[in-house]
Design a protein around this ligand. Structure first.
Ligand code: SF4
Length: 389
């Protein structure tokens, strides 16, 4: 890859990263504005290899949305519904437990649970849900709630954010999700997610969780009305909090999906934009170990290519995704473990099944031992979800 930067205008930034120096916000903007994608990718690949070598991970997980009812109406959101809407839903704790049992039978190690800001469910619904899931299998990792959900729950429970997170942790919460960061700059936030928590509130929820000993991921929703400078500003704030707490285990850039919402974006993220965003994020976020190429948003084929542009993770099997698909994502509802292992191997990386905290569960050295190939079965549960998707 060094070949790509030898005569590039970005050679000085390659040398900077090679020397272990941190790139500045001005450097990050230069990288974003460059049309030399191969050179940006080469720098990102260098940064990635220094962190994790040629390993690339995935997780066997299942998404659960407990409800899509929400008291807010973020302009970019295609997921939220009001009580009057025919396609609104909410699950009982028993229904969520049933989904957990199905997931365990498929080898799932993580449940990823988020929903809208429900208008009437009590705080006890959330703690009961966590306790019931914890009772199903103590090894099942529970990655739940975005920052704005935590603020909503704190308001419901009449507790501080720290007290709320403490109560959720005691009930079984393992990790916060990174959703809801969108773009931090106030003007952009007002244009796409009016009424949602501020950047400071998002960061403070994660800071508080990290201080309680918790770990989380973080995100950036790109490719709508923001500028490249807004993206750099967003990454700056994440890097700064990570310097402070070291509590983020991974970063997940999310390409904007333009359908069924109130923001008519003419040019949603292209393949070029997605790869450069992954690459610049890897180069700038030098205090993050892991960067996920979210196949739901970019498709597995581009996510596979992103493994050579700084990403070292393909996210998970997921099984049942609603939020991106209601916004027009054309990717399938799930990936089997075998499909992800194959994609990683083809990209020249060693596949690693990971847990919620990006810690390795299984390393797939090639070739896999006879009888121990990754799971490629689309069980009845998976087929049912595909049929109803
Ligand atoms: S993005 Fe979240 S908070 Fe905003 S309307 Fe959708 S579900 Fe509600």
């Amino acid at each position: 890859m060094q070949f790509f930067v030898q005569r590039s205008e970005l050679r000085d930034l390659y040398d900077k990263v090679a020397a272990g120096q941190r790139v500045s916000e001005a450097d990050a903007l230069r990288l974003f504005e460059s049309k030399d994608l191969n050179a940006v990718g080469a720098i990102a690949d260098l940064a990635r290899q220094r962190k994790v070598g040629r390993r690339a991970s995935y997780i066997i997980n299942r998404y659960v949305n407990y409800s899509n009812y929400c008291i807010l109406s973020c302009q970019f959101c295609s997921f939220a519904r009001k009580k009057r809407d025919a396609d609104g839903f909410q699950l009982t704790v028993e229904e969520i437990v049933q989904k957990a049992r199905e997931a365990l039978s498929l080898g799932v190690t993580e449940l990823h649970i988020v929903g809208g800001l429900h208008p009437s469910l009590p705080f006890s619904y959330y703690t009961d849900m966590l306790k019931a899931l914890r009772a199903v299998d103590a090894r099942l990792q529970l990655k739940c709630f975005t920052a704005v959900e935590v603020l909503h729950l704190a308001w419901l429970a009449k507790k501080t954010v720290a007290e709320t997170l403490g109560a959720l942790k005691e009930a079984g919460l393992d990790s916060l999700t990174g959703g809801g960061a969108e773009i931090f700059r106030k003007e952009v936030r007002s244009a796409i997610a009016r009424g949602k928590e501020s950047a400071e509130e998002y960061l403070d929820v994660h800071r508080t969780w990290h201080r309680l000993g918790g770990r989380s991921t973080c995100t950036m929703l790109y490719g709508h009305v923001e500028s490249l400078a807004d993206r750099v500003d967003h990454l700056r704030q994440l890097r700064s909090l990570q310097d402070e707490t070291r509590g983020f285990v991974g970063f997940v850039p999310l390409p904007y999906q333009p359908e069924n919402n109130d923001i008519p974006v003419q040019n949603p993220p292209t393949g070029f934009d997605t790869l450069r965003t992954v690459a610049v994020s890897r180069i700038y976020l030098d205090n993050f170990d892991h960067l996920t190429a979210y196949w739901v948003g970019m498709g597995l084929k581009l996510a596979q290519v992103a493994l050579s542009y700084g990403a070292d993770d393909l996210h998970g099997t997921i099984i049942e995704e609603h939020i991106f698909h209601m916004a027009g994502a054309k990717s399938p509802q799930l990936q089997t473990e075998a499909e992800m292992v194959k994609a990683i191997r083809e990209a020249g990386c060693t596949p690693v099944q990971r847990n919620t905290f990006y810690e390795p569960i299984k390393v797939w050295e090639a070739p896999a031992p006879a009888g121990a190939e990754p799971n490629d079965k689309r069980s009845n549960v998976l087929e049912n979800n595909l049929a109803t998707a």
